[in-house]
Design a protein around this ligand. Sequence first.
Ligand code: CP
Length: 258
Amino acid sequence: MNLFFEGSTRTRISFELAERRLSADVVSFTTATSSVTKGETLKDTARNIEAMKIDMVVIRHAAPGAAHFLSRVVAANVINAGDGAHEHPTQGLLDMYTLKQKYGSLEGLRVCIVGDILHSRVARSNIYGLTTMGAEVSVCGPATLIPRDIEKLGVKVYHRLEDVIPKVDALNVLRIQLERQKSGLFPSLREYHRFFGVTKEKVARAPKPITIMHPGPINRDVELSADLADSEHSVILEQVTNGVAIRMAVLYLLGTAN
Ligand code: CP
């Protein structure tokens, strides 16, 4: 069962493809067409789904901890497909796999995550995964979008792209969450693009080509210039392709672990 309480293109479709390729019977649920619109809670929704003898639930929810909560109230295996600003584990895995495919190993690889680290579940899952695998991880963004004490997770912090670009193999560029723009965390999209937008001109100053990643969806010419997103240095669509294989692996391993 794919239980998506938030919008998704890549994660929802790739989970569904992965499930079908493994011959699962798949049911997909979106909030708009469910009884959640009548006020049904997550717990009641889950218990009713379980009563239909579902073996695995893939959940995306705006609340951090939603997947963990669900795993405590249903017997089915639960896979986190993104919970608020907390974690997006399969995105972290597919990002790491994409880098491993390109470089052969993650040990010592220098990766910088750029942008809105504060609200990013992708950043957290990448930091945990990459540091575990021995990569050198840094983050770069305006001070208002970098969580306090993030260094405790084993990352270096930069506030100027110019300082970090010469020192990395890959940049994982995060989406600027336009819905948070009104909260005044940066003055304007134009100013953000000028200082933190990753462009061909900025990465051309690096001593060697930098791999460009983005979890999607991209705000073209805000956090990442359109020409760089579509350039030979971009692995953005490889990330999407790898998402299907990674999700197949996660489903298979969970399914055979019982
Ligand atoms: N990367 C990612 O989670 O994209 P979607 O929101 O489209 O699933």
